[in-house]
Design a protein around this ligand. Structure first.
Ligand SMILES: NC(=O)c1ccc[n+]([C@@H]2O[C@H](COP(=O)([O-])OP(=O)(O)OC[C@H]3O[C@@H](n4cnc5c(N)ncnc54)[C@H](OP(=O)(O)O)[C@@H]3O)[C@@H](O)[C@H]2O)c1
Length: 262
């Protein structure tokens, strides 16, 4: 894995973001960790320092609010932090039909899944191009492949992020800056509200990946030249199948999963 001097990770207090933070802490990196929960940020900061991070800067920030990305970038500049890796990881999930989603949730999802990672990518990639080095990792989702009823917002926002990221990667590859879209399928985290017991079952059956494997694989993939990393050989093989599921199969699965909408 390439060594980074200072990494900024959004949503670094749980799940995939925390796994990235732990992995980078062990490599002796300076870390800027971002989330809304202040107490949890302080606990994670202490843990990361104990694991080898040179310095940990916890920043309380709600990225679903307008102006959050500009504030974060400004804060890093004011503190003299030369961020050379940004992991845009924080994201909001909803399995809910459009007619049942309230405006607040829609706005928060667009802001967190689309606006914040776009603005953070643009702001930091500008600095990186100026320095001739750096990397951006944007966490999309396998759901980006599915125009699934109930996932219109989640799939739509993640498809945008994947396309945006791959195009950005090609724009800046001649400037010494690596940009990578990560497209994980199911990962054992609290994102969907899956109880820990079922997460463990999913891991044992191999239908879920651990957050640690996703983070490690993504950091390894940064060392290559691909613009997109899909964790798991089977997930890579099944991509065209998932993208072109027959309408009858989609209708059947929708009927079976409607009870999980919230
Ligand atoms: N889990 C999966 O199966 C899966 C699959 C594909 C893609 N993904 C994507 O991977 C990313 C991480 O998912 P995860 O499963 O690790 O989620 P998670 O376990 O729910 O963790 C989410 C993290 O983001 C922070 N966060 C949430 N809302 C935020 C906001 N408005 N502003 C700032 N920070 C916020 C949370 O801390 P606070 O609550 O304290 O803010 C927490 O640290 C997401 O973008 C998700 O869409 C996940």
């Amino acid at each position: 894995m390439q060594r980074y001097e200072c990494a900024l990770i959004t949503g670094a207090t749980r799940g995939i973001g925390l796994a990235f933070a732990r992995e980078l802490a062990r490599s002796g990196c300076r870390l800027v960790i971002v989330a809304r929960g202040e107490q949890r940020l302080a606990e994670v900061a202490a843990e990361l320092l104990a694991q080898g991070a040179v310095e940990v800067v916890p920043l309380v920030c709600d990225l679903s609010k307008e102006g959050a990305a500009a504030w974060l970038h400004e804060e890093c500049c004011k503190r003299g932090l030369n961020v050379d890796l940004v992991v845009n990881n924080a994201g909001l999930f909803a399995y809910c039909d459009q007619t049942a989603l309230d405006n607040e949730r829609v706005k928060a999802m667009l802001q967190l899944n689309v606006v914040a990672p776009t603005e953070l990518s643009r702001l930091f990639v500008g600095d990186m191009v100026g320095r001739g080095r750096g990397a951006i990792v944007n966490i999309s989702s396998y759901a980006a492949l599915m125009a699934w009823p109930g996932l219109a917002m989640y799939s739509g926002t993640k498809a945008y992020l994947d396309t945006y990221t791959c195009a950005l990667a090609r724009e800046v590859r001649g400037h010494g800056v690596r940009v990578l879209s990560v497209v994980p399928a199911g990962v054992a985290t609290d994102l969907y509200g899956l109880p820990p017991r079922l997460q463990r079952v999913g891991l044992r059956l191999g239908v879920l990946w651990s957050a640690e494997r996703v983070a490690r694989g993504s950091l390894r993939a940064l060392g290559g030249s691909r613009v997109r990393y899909v964790p798991g050989v089977l997930n890579r093989v099944l991509r065209p199948v998932v993208r072109h599921l027959p309408e009858r199969v989609i209708s059947f699965l929708r009927r079976k999963t409607l009870v999980f909408q919230k």
